[in-house]
Design a binder for this molecule. Structure first.
Ligand SMILES: CC(=O)[C@@H](O)[C@H](O)COP(=O)(O)O
Length: 265
């Protein structure tokens, strides 16, 4: 039987309710079929794509990802990967809105350099302001700096997405303490985006209290992407359930598993 606490645990982004807290990218797969299978197996409902590298209708003669990942089935989240200035990111979001018939949920990422793919926070703040004023619902990729995360929330971003580690690194969550600090003051969903390498990384993010996890490389570059998609689905669910259940207190000393108190007589 599913406990009520799980049944009453909606994941809401920009007034839309989702069941899955795993969000997944579409890059780096062997082919479209593998992309389709992995995404379906992951159970993700929000699927992100880099508009600058993915054809969703800009090139009518090329295969269109939306033929495989249908907007009727998934919430498509266009992202601004490969944008290095606020201006490029804003232009990319506007193009996405046009191509997707007015869809206004976007993932903003403005990158600093090609080596680290770290967010350029100054340009991210600029772009977020323009996009919010233009009516977009902005989910924003950012550093794990708690002050910047709060500022992005206060500006009106609908979700704040601190990195776990650099995009594509698979290094896991390098600074869980910062993620905790971000979570402490957050009123919007905090989603770890980037750097997840293993299911246990995803579980940790969820156990910390994150609302969700967004990943791409850990699934697409696994030796068995579809199997990894399944593992990630379970890992995110498992971490969420563990978070809601509440961990036992840590103790400095042992405590017998069958103590006298509480013995059933
Ligand atoms: C897919 C996406 O939107 C990116 O932010 C990023 O690619 C995710 O990072 P990983 O590939 O490290 O999971």
């Amino acid at each position: 039987m599913t406990p009520d606490i799980i049944l009453n645990d909606p994941f809401i982004i920009a007034d839309r309710t989702f069941t899955s807290r795993l969000m997944i990218g579409t890059g780096k797969y062997k082919d479209m079929e593998e992309t389709r299978q992995a995404i379906e197996t992951s159970g993700a409902e929000i699927v992100t794509l880099a508009l600058r590298r993915t054809n969703i209708g800009q090139n009518p003669n090329e295969p269109n990802l939306l033929d495989v990942i249908s907007p009727e089935k998934y919430c498509i989240l266009p992202n601004t990967a490969f944008c290095y200035t606020a201006e490029e990111a804003v232009r990319t979001c506007r193009l996405a809105r046009e191509l997707l018939g007015g869809h206004d949920l976007v993932k903003l990422e403005v990158l600093g350099d090609e080596k680290t793919l770290y967010p350029n926070v100054t340009e991210t703040l600029k772009a977020a302001e323009v996009l919010i004023n233009d009516g977009f619902n902005v989910m924003v990729y950012t550093s794990d700096d708690p002050l910047i995360a709060k500022r992005l929330e206060d500006m009106g971003c609908v979700a704040v997405m601190p990195l776990g580690a650099p995009i594509g690194s698979g290094l896991g969550i390098s600074n869980p303490h910062n993620i905790k600090l971000i979570l402490e003051n957050a009123k919007v969903p905090i989603i770890v985006d980037a750097g997840v390498g293993t299911p246990s990384d995803a579980t940790l993010a969820m156990e910390l209290g994150c609302a969700g996890v967004l990943m791409n490389s850990a699934v697409a570059h696994a030796q068995q992407p579809v199997l990894m998609a399944q593992a990630m689905r379970k890992a995110v669910e498992c971490g969420r359930e563990g978070y809601l259940a509440g961990r036992m207190p840590r103790k400095a000393y042992a405590s017998a598993s069958s103590p006298i108190e509480g013995t059933i007589s």
